[in-house]
Design a protein. Sequence first.
Length: 168
Amino acid sequence: MNNNSSASKTHVGTPATRILEQIGVPYEIHAYTHDPAVRSFGAEASAKLGVEPHRVFKTLLIKVDDDLVVAILPVSSQLDLKALASAHGGKKAHLAGVAEAERRTGYVVGGMSPLGQRQTSPTVLDMSALDFQRILISGGRRGLDIELAPNDLVMLTNAHVARIARPD
């Protein structure tokens, strides 16, 4: 681990970490100094934490037909909108607007965790997550990631697991 990150299990006070503490799921916190000029949040986390980008997962809020759906996929991939729509039983999908995503989840873009969202939404996790013992997801703010077992993430979000990512 580089000196720009720290791994601990200290309570950092986001809704995502509070959920993990309440349920008692094992996890690690990885914090780093976020550069406000960076817009590729997942790539920044991967680089600053020294973790392969296919093990760092981003959280997107997607409109599938009339539903809002949380998609979780590696930062090294692009979301396959048709695959997500199909996995959710819909026909068309597009990225929700920033204001709508932030209002719905209670998190800022770049710090959107799939855990502890203001309003829960159906969730789809890319099946590549199951290739790893542990993955990283946003901890609920920019510069904060949570490392946990993908099966725990599935349990906590009641996620459907499907192939929704395609290589970038």
